[in-house]
Design a protein around this ligand. Sequence first.
Ligand SMILES: NC(=O)c1ccc[n+]([C@@H]2O[C@H](COP(=O)([O-])OP(=O)(O)OC[C@H]3O[C@@H](n4cnc5c(N)ncnc54)[C@H](O)[C@@H]3O)[C@@H](O)[C@H]2O)c1
Length: 333
Amino acid sequence: MKISVIGSGGWGTALSLLLMENGNDVTLWSHSEKESETISNAKENPFLKGVPLPDSLMLTANLDCARDADAVVLATPSFAVRETAKKLAPLLSPKTVVVSVAKGIEKETSLRMSQVIEEELRGKNNVVALSGPSHAEEVGRGIPTAVVLACLDLGVAEWVQDLFMNERFRVYTSSDIIGVELGAALKNVIALCAGCCDGMGFGDNTKAMLMTRGLTEMARVGAKMGGRKETFAGLAGMGDLIVTCTSDHSRNRRAGLLIGAGMDPQEAMKQVGAVVEGYYAAASGHAMAKKCGVEMPITEATYNVLYNGAPLRETFTTLMTRSKKHEIEESWV
Ligand SMILES: NC(=O)c1ccc[n+]([C@@H]2O[C@H](COP(=O)([O-])OP(=O)(O)OC[C@H]3O[C@@H](n4cnc5c(N)ncnc54)[C@H](O)[C@@H]3O)[C@@H](O)[C@H]2O)c1
């Protein structure tokens, strides 16, 4: 198959290698000529250090590479998905399947990435969301990984499953695209908060609490938005939450670590030096919680620390001293 991967960050590059390994013709598009040249000259991507790129990987900064593609993998950061989809719209044939791999929610509209893409492509193309516990650094090195591909039309998800799946990359399918995309975006906020707690010197108990209660609030808003709560116990929910909250590869956790150690949030984002999706997702999650009338205490607390200058330790104490609750909320179970 002819596949264009749009976005040459770490994830777009790792997925390009995987798709090539599976026998596809792959072109990797960069946002700038300079980025494409850097990758071409070094035969390595600075966003995915230590992973050599084969000569057969075609590199370009020209979006025309998406014309006549059987599939387009949209792998820019979430803030750039709308503008990139808008540019792709006149180039794509209706038969091209778009695989959305960015993990975010549009801040202004609370739309999921597949919805943003569908809006820009005017519903002409099938859009599938790929998510799960999958650090580019590990997929690029062929470390065994599993993800989930979600599309309302399971037949389309199964077609894409065959493109990606191999003995080191296991792909499940789901028809719950709402749950999969919300899990992908919202867990980054919990990971940022988990990093803050590590940075403040808290322990494993604290992290386990955040992950478990974080998953509860993700599933709560997810169900309200039309997702299935079981999806949050799967790869795109619990799976991704575990990897993002515990791994040193996670930028969200790294940004949180710096904030927890006393750094100003803006400075921490700069220091991480790559897109910290949890920073944007905190604002989107906060807006979504308000819109749906759903409580998301960890997301709210993280939002207040990131955007309103709320002091970290006091904010955490406020979280710990909320009114008494039952663990399982009958209203949404
Ligand atoms: N890195 C991972 O392990 C991983 C895994 C799964 C999903 N994702 C998701 O994939 C998406 C991309 O992440 P990444 O880690 O590959 O990014 P990255 O931080 O490695 O790279 C950012 C890329 O975005 C490009 N970019 C910057 N501004 C742009 C614009 N205006 N238009 C188009 N491109 C622009 C840069 O040129 C660069 O190639 C994110 O939503 C992320 O959550 C990442």
